[in-house]
Design a protein around this ligand. Structure first.
Ligand SMILES: NC(=O)c1ccc[n+]([C@@H]2O[C@H](COP(=O)([O-])OP(=O)(O)OC[C@H]3O[C@@H](n4cnc5c(N)ncnc54)[C@H](O)[C@@H]3O)[C@@H](O)[C@H]2O)c1
Length: 319
C-alpha cells in the first residue's frame, strides 16, 4: 500500500488529519518544518508503525522530492496560516504558501502522484458582495496577502490539473476551531484573560460577523468530498450554516471561564488589515453530498476554550 502524504502534519488541522488517517488504517508520511506546529501533536502518531515523520521545509525542493517517494495522495496543509500579520512580513505568505505549494506540485510531478487535497480559505473571497458566498462567486479585490497567496495556490493547483493530469480537491475553510487550536481569536482572548481577567482588549468593534467550523467536522467533510466528488478540479466551501458576532464568542468564553472583564475596543469594522467584517460561506455543495456539521459555532468555541484550559502548554510553545 502506498502512503498518504500530509504536509503541515504538526499543525492544528494537519495533526488531526494524521490521527484520523492512522485510525482508518492508512500509511502516512507527515512532512513539517515545525515552524508553527507542535511535535507534541504527533505523540500518538509516532507510536504507530504506519506513520513516518520527515522534518523538512517545503522550500527545499530536492529533499521534498525524495520525501514524496512512495506517496499516492497529498493532503497539503502546510502554510503560514495567520492572516493577521501579513503586512508585517510581506514575503512570508508568498514563500510559505504560494512557493511552497509550487514545490509540492513539483514534488508530486517528480513522483507521478496524481491527487492532491488543498486547504484554501474563505479569505480568497476578500470582502464578498454575495453572502452567503458560493464557490462560484466572482473573485474580488484581495484584502490580505494571505488570501492573495492562497488564491495563487489555487491557480497553480488547477493549472497543474490541466497541464499534468492531476486531480484536486480544494477546500475553502472558514476559521476552524477545536482541540489543538493554537491561533485565532479564542487563543488570543484566552491568553489575554489569563494574563488579566479584569479587562479584555478587542480588535475592531466586536461586531465582526464570522462563521466557525469544528475541526473534526472539517475532517469529515474532506473525506466525504474526496470519496464522492470525482471531477478533475473539485472546489468546496467548508463552514457551518450560521455565523456569530465576535462579541457573542467573547460572552461564551467569559461565561465558561467565569470572568467578567471590562471590554475595550480598538474600533472600526475591521480588527486588522484583511479582517473581513462578515464571513459566511454557502456550503450547499458539500451538504448535497450528505455532510452536516455535528457541532454548532458555540459548541466549537466551548470545546476550544476547554482544550486550551486543559492544555496550557500550547501557550509556551506558540506565542
Ligand atoms: N485554522 C484555520 O482557521 C484555517 C482556516 C482556513 C484555512 N486554513 C488553512 O489550513 C491549513 C492548516 O492550518 P492550521 O490552522 O493547522 O495551521 P498551523 O499553523 O497549525 O499548521 C501549519 C503547519 O505547517 C507547517 N509549516 C509551515 N510552513 C512550512 C514549510 N515551509 N515547510 C514545512 N512545514 C511548514 C507548520 O510548522 C505547521 O505545523 C493552512 O494551510 C491554513 O492556511 C486554516
Amino acid at each position: 500500500m502506498n502512503s498518504i502524504i500530509v504536509t503541515g502534519c504538526c499543525g492544528f488541522i494537519g495533526s488531526t488529519m494524521v490521527d484520523r488517517l492512522l485510525l482508518l488504517g492508512y500509511r502516512v508520511i507527515g512532512v513539517d518544518n515545525v515552524s508553527t506546529g507542535q511535535i507534541g501533536f504527533l505523540d500518538s502518531a509516532i507510536k504507530n508503525s504506519n506513520f513516518q515523520f520527515i522534518q523538512l521545509d517545503l522550500l527545499n525542493l530536492e529533499q521534498l522530492k525524495e520525501a514524496f517517494c512512495g506517496g499516492e495522495f497529498v493532503i497539503h496543509f502546510a502554510a503560514n496560516a495567520d492572516v493577521r500579520f501579513g503586512t508585517q512580513h510581506p514575503g512570508r505568505d508568498l514563500e510559505q504558501n504560494t512557493n511552497a505549494t509550487f514545490h509540492v506540485l513539483e514534488a508530486m510531478r517528480a513522483n507521478n502522484i496524481k491527487r492532491i487535497a488543498f486547504s484554501s480559505t474563505g479569505s480568497v473571497y476578500g470582502e464578498a458582495s454575495v453572502i452567503p458566498t458560493p464557490e462560484d462567486a466572482g473573485f474580488p479585490v484581495q484584502t490580505s496577502l494571505y488570501g492573495a497567496s492562497k488564491a495563487a495556490c489555487e491557480g497553480l493547483i488547477t493549472a497543474y490539473c490541466e497541464g499534468f493530469g492531476i486531480q484536486s480537491w480544494i477546500f475553502r475553510f472558514v476559521s476552524i476551531l477545536g482541540e489543538r487550536y493554537t491561533h485565532g481569536h479564542v487563543f488570543d482572548f484566552y491568553q489575554k484573560l489569563k494574563a488579566d481577567p479584569t479587562q479584555l482588549e478587542v480588535l475592531g468593534n466586536g461586531r465582526q460577523r464570522k462563521s466557525y467550523l469544528y475541526v473534526q467536522d472539517c475532517i469529515d467533510a474532506i473525506f466525504l468530498a474526496i470519496e464522492k466528488a470525482r471531477d478533475r478540479v473539485n472546489i468546496f466551501n467548508l463552514g457551518v450554516n450560521d455565523f456569530c458576532e465576535v462579541n457573542d464568542s467573547i460572552g461564551w468564553i467569559c461565561d465558561f471561564l467565569n470572568v467578567t472583564p471590562r471590554l475595550s475596543y480598538t474600533g472600526g469594522e475591521r480588527g486588522w488589515v484583511g479582517d473581513s467584517p462578515f464571513i459566511y460561506l454557502d456550503t450547499q455543495r458539500i451538504q448535497s453530498l450528505g455532510w452536516t456539521p455535528k457541532l454548532t459555532i458555540k459548541e466549537g468555541v466551548l470545546r476550544t476554550v476547554q482544550y486550551l484550559r486543559d492544555n496550557e502548554w500550547v501557550f509556551n510553545v506558540r506565542t
